[in-house]
Unconditional design. Structure first.
Length: 234
């Protein structure tokens, strides 16, 4: 754990870590947004819908003002830590609620996943819920040893998933939240109100729903997060 001071966002409490043996960067920022209550209030007024094929819940567009106080700090982190030396572009930004119970998940949703696209794509996960709603875990695939799935690695990774399926059968109809014969857990971040987590989308990871997640579509009761993806300018 390394504590960082970000001069452009002095109110942040920043913890710099690395994931697994590949040492992929993991940034945890507490006290992330200056108005988390305002974000929750905004979420209560939104019309959420199922707009992402693999996300186990519903989403709504984030308010346009979301990044007003965050841009300089995030830019510094993306340049200094994630190598965005030529700048960044926003891919998408959504308010999100996990609403699908574990027994309703499809095959893909039962396993660790990656956020496809550019190998330098960065995910920003902002919790607007408390620790009772779980967190996020990161994994290494046992058969290949991969912790990150780049575009070049994907064919070998996919073949390993299929081999695992043939050998071990279907994964349990539940959120993947502990190591098994397929994957080892290598890092975990607990949810915390107004905590943000940044990592490369190519890192194998899962949603941890926690013991008190009601799968509610109500932003006050449910597992409310704000999910953003960045790509580098090449």
């Amino acid at each position: 754990m390394t504590l960082l001071k970000i001069d452009s966002a002095p109110w942040w409490q920043v913890d710099r870590r690395h994931i697994g043996t590949e040492k992929s960067p993991l940034i945890i920022i507490d006290n992330f947004h200056p108005s988390p209550i305002g974000l929750v209030d905004n979420a209560k007024m939104q019309s959420f819908s199922a707009i992402a094929p693999y996300y186990p819940g519903i989403r709504a567009l984030a308010p346009l003002s979301y990044f007003e106080a965050l841009t300089r700090g995030l830019t510094d982190i993306l340049i200094d830590i994630f190598g965005y030396t030529k700048g960044l572009k926003l891919q998408e930004c959504f308010l999100s609620l996990v609403t699908k119970p574990g027994n309703d998940l499809n095959f893909v949703q039962r396993l660790p996943h990656v956020d496809g696209g550019d190998d330098k794509k960065v995910a920003l996960l902002h919790y607007l819920c408390g620790p009772e709603k779980g967190g996020t875990a990161f994994y290494r695939q046992r058969r290949t040893g991969f912790e990150t799935i780049t575009n070049a690695r994907f064919p070998e990774y996919k073949q390993a998933v299929e081999t695992d399926h043939n050998e071990f059968g279907e994964p349990a109809a539940a959120y993947f939240d502990k190591p098994d014969k397929r994957f080892d857990e290598i890092a975990r971040v607990d949810a915390a109100y107004n905590r943000a987590v940044l990592y490369f989308g190519k890192n194998l990871h899962t949603i941890i729903v926690g013991d008190d997640t009601p799968f509610s579509a109500d932003p006050i009761k449910g597992r409310l997060t704000l999910n953003t993806f960045f790509n580098p300018i090449n």
